[in-house]
Ligand binder design. Structure first.
Ligand code: ATR
Length: 279
């Protein structure tokens, strides 16, 4: 019997998850289909009940439901609980289990791209919202040399730094100080929406003091290269856009549903093709 999976969110029509997951099912000849479901906040509870009653194998959860969905699940994975957000639900014979694969997806992507350990890296995270929390917590659990959080609202950077300090040496800086001390960092990660279409000319911080050989990454993939990444590349830096994190969070969700490795490269190719990028 065909097994149904999907993603719930609002807006959802531009989600690349169906393209990516269906490419994986085709590659592995799985008798499954993956659909995007538009779900407003007022319908969240009944949508989650629908997953159970209709027997969906699992779903992804995206904006704006990642936090609110937790209350409707039967079991929350400890990492998702700590992050305070769920992006993947497994329907285990009627028991709904919530996970968060965003942060670990980012760490996997970064490790693959850098090709070596992160234990000796000093990392600057720009932003302190939901996306930043998953990425920062997973990086600090992985064990980086030093992590600094910077954010427009400093109090949120401080709160996140306190949480991450449980696992790694983490502090926070004002945006002005982070820009002034940018040469101290090996990896800079933008987790904010600054630079996302249609605001192509915006940057979350100045790269004037970027250290030679530093690596710059952006969670945004629309545009494919943000102004931040274009400037970093012009300065000779290695760069990574949000596609890698998106693909790896999807691959980790796939593994939770099917208990086998996902065809990561096939999934990535399908996303890049859809975005009009070059593989
Ligand atoms: P997400 O789940 O995508 O992380 P979020 O939790 O709303 O979304 O967090 C958005 C992040 O982008 C925050 O760090 C936010 O800064 P504030 O905490 O000061 O609000 C940052 N951000 C968004 N728009 C911004 C802007 N125009 N200038 C500076 N920071 C911005």
């Amino acid at each position: 019997m065909n097994q149904v999976l999907g993603v719930i969110g609002s807006p959802i029509s531009h989600s690349l998850s169906p393209v990516m997951h269906e490419a994986a099912y085709e590659e592995l000849q799985l008798n499954c289909s993956y659909h995007a479901f538009h779900v407003e906040s007022t319908q969240l509870k009944s949508a989650v009940e629908g997953v159970r009653s209709l027997g969906l194998k699992g779903i992804n959860v995206t904006i704006p439901h990642k936090v609110d969905v937790i209350q409707y699940l039967d079991h929350i994975d400890p990492l998702a609980e700590e992050i305070g957000a769920v992006n993947t639900i497994v329907n285990d014979q009627g028991v709904l289990k919530g996970y968060n694969t965003d942060g670990d997806g980012y760490v996997y992507a970064l490790l693959q791209r850098i090709g070596k350990t992160l234990h000796d890296k000093r990392i600057l995270i720009v932003g302190a919202g939901g996306a930043a929390k998953g990425v920062a917590l997973c990086l600090s659990k992985y064990g980086v040399k030093k992590m600094t959080i910077t954010n427009r609202t400093s109090s949120k950077a401080e709160d996140l730094a306190v949480i991450c300090s449980r696992y790694s040496d983490t502090d926070y800086l004002s945006l002005e100080m982070a820009q002034a001390e940018l040469a101290e960092f090996d990896i800079i990660i933008n987790t904010t929406s600054i630079g996302m279409a249609p605001n192509f000319d915006q940057m979350p911080l100045s790269l004037e003091n970027l250290r030679k050989g530093a690596f710059v990454s952006d969670l945004i993939y629309n545009p494919y290269k943000t102004k931040l990444l274009i400037e970093a590349e012009n300065k000779g830096s290695g760069i990574m856009n949000g596609v890698d994190m998106f693909v790896h969070q999807g691959a980790l969700a796939f593994k939770k549903w099917f208990n086998k490795e996902a065809p990561v490269q096939i999934m990535k190719n399908s996303v890049i093709k859809h975005l009009g990028g070059s593989i």
